[in-house]
Design a protein around this ligand. Structure first.
Ligand code: SF4
Length: 304
């Protein structure tokens, strides 16, 4: 990674909140405005940034990791390694050998430097691949990292050492629950962070999101049906999200409207800011908000 590059990770506790959509659009708009940008897809189990950025891959580098191997001749099937730790064996039947666990692909998407990690089939060891993606040498002054969803060790491995973490959420009950976990993780790690509420309604409460979230499955045209009876509940989640962020002293950087053009662009594998020029200022403002918080925000350490 570039020595003096600013590193911003886009993360979300819950999947499908639009994290990759925001990460790729942010990279696109920053490059459009003249920044030297690198996009590193650390979501190694589910890398999607390539769909939108459409990079030309120029290099594939295998990633190896040390994995335990049990010698059949020495093992007496006592199961002690199961009880204690997989690497502890009284008969020294366990040795470590190097195995290929995946690869890192590098290339470029226009002026954006690109890297993504991929699992090898049957060897789901994410940490070494994420480390390899983060170690790719880039000549950028802004590095956008797309983190795996959730708050697992893959997420922690991605955000470790970055300058700022953008937590992407949406006004739904599961996303709110996962956001709380993600914020606690950020504060435990002592990282600067801010929240983006995606698919928010025009009043900032998330009312607009009911259009797709509450559609009856399988109902023709249901995707755009609005149910007034559910609006108070959705609005309540938006208010709870804001209140929780306020209590935890986490800034809300932006509220992205529930704009159908994002869904249409994503469905076509396109970047919304690339096809709708009037969306560019939205991402410029988000970049500005991140920069502002990086200068002023002191990391809030959690109790743990
Ligand atoms: S502890 Fe050693 S001998 Fe026992 S089952 Fe594990 S590998 Fe085999």
């Amino acid at each position: 990674m570039g020595r003096h590059a600013i590193q911003i990770a886009l993360a979300s506790g819950k999947g499908s909140t639009g994290k990759t959509t925001l990460a790729t659009n942010l990279a696109y708009v920053a490059a459009y405005r003249g920044h030297r940008v690198a996009y590193l897809d650390c979501d190694v189990g589910n890398p999607h940034g390539n769909i939108f950025l459409r990079p030309t891959i120029t290099q594939r580098t295998p990633v190896a990791a040390s994995l335990p191997c049990v010698g059949r001749e020495s093992c007496d099937l006592c199961s002690r390694c199961n009880e204690l730790c997989r690497m502890v064996c009284p008969l020294d039947a366990i040795t470590k050998t190097s195995h290929g666990v995946g690869m890192v692909e590098t290339g470029s998407a226009g002026s954006i430097e690109f890297a993504q990690g991929l699992f090898a089939a049957g060897r789901p060891r994410a940490a070494p691949i994420i480390q390899a993606v983060k170690s790719v040498r880039v000549n950028a002054n802004l590095v956008i990292l797309d983190a795996p969803a959730g708050t697992s060790c893959q997420f922690v491995e991605t955000v470790r050492g970055v300058d700022f973490v953008v937590l992407v959420t949406e006004p739904t009950p599961p996303a709110f629950q996962e956001l709380k976990l993600a914020i606690e993780t950020m504060q435990t790690l002592g990282l600067r962070s801010g929240v983006v509420i995606n698919r928010a309604g025009p009043d900032g409460t998330g009312a607009g999101y009911q259009q797709c979230w509450l559609s009856p499955p399988g109902e023709p045209g249901g995707a755009m049906r609005c149910d007034p009876a559910t609006q108070p509940r959705i609005s309540e989640i938006g208010r709870k999200t804001r209140a929780y962020c306020r209590v935890r002293q986490i800034p809300i950087l932006a509220e992205i409207p529930d704009d159908l053009r994002f869904a249409q662009a994503s469905a076509g594998g396109l970047m919304a800011a690339g096809v709708c020029a009037d969306l560019v200022p939205l991402f410029e403002q988000l970049l500005g908000a991140i920069r502002g918080r990086m200068q002023t925000q002191t990391p809030v350490l959690g109790d743990t």
